[in-house]
Design a protein around this ligand. Structure first.
Ligand code: FES
Length: 146
């Protein structure tokens, strides 16, 4: 988290002021999937949070020619920070022609948090759900793409 981001947040758990990015992605989440039964994903990843017990699902479609992620969908039973983080993660995974699979596997929660403009420290674990579920979705794809 940058110094500026820290200045935008109270992390005492009483008076959180979420960044513009977190509020945008929480109120207008991108790439949420509600009907996975009718979505032909190439890879699926699930992860649960030991901290809070919440769950994140990620589904990806991969362009077989380029090896890049062309769609990244998700759904979570997590909090506002998890929703905003997953939404941002899905944008990052598919922007600029799509992330290659190696980059997606190495995506760090810090990168997601940076793009959101920061998260309160005690909410950082929420941003971990999206990147771990994405990594699992890529591994799932690679397992069946052999
Ligand atoms: S508190 Fe569980 S995902 Fe945020």
């Amino acid at each position: 988290m940058t110094k500026d981001n820290k200045q935008n947040h109270s992390t005492d758990g009483e008076n959180w002021i979420y960044s513009e990015g977190v509020r945008d992605h929480f109120f207008s989440p991108k790439n949420v999937l509600y009907d996975e039964a009718n979505y032909a994903a190439d890879g699926v990843g699930t992860v649960g949070s030991p901290e809070c017990g919440d769950v994140m699902y990620v589904w990806i479609k991969v362009d077989k020619k380029t090896g890049r992620i062309k769609e990244c969908k998700w759904r979570t039973f997590g909090c506002a920070s998890a929703i905003a983080s997953a939404s941002m993660m899905s944008v990052m995974a598919t922007e600029n022609g799509g992330m290659d699979l190696k980059t997606a596997q190495n995506l760090k929660p810090q990168q997601i948090v940076e793009r959101l403009g920061g998260l309160p420290d005690r909410k950082f674990h929420c941003s971990v759900l999206g990147h771990k579920a994405l990594r699992n979705a890529v591994l799932n794809y690679l397992e069946y793409a052999k």
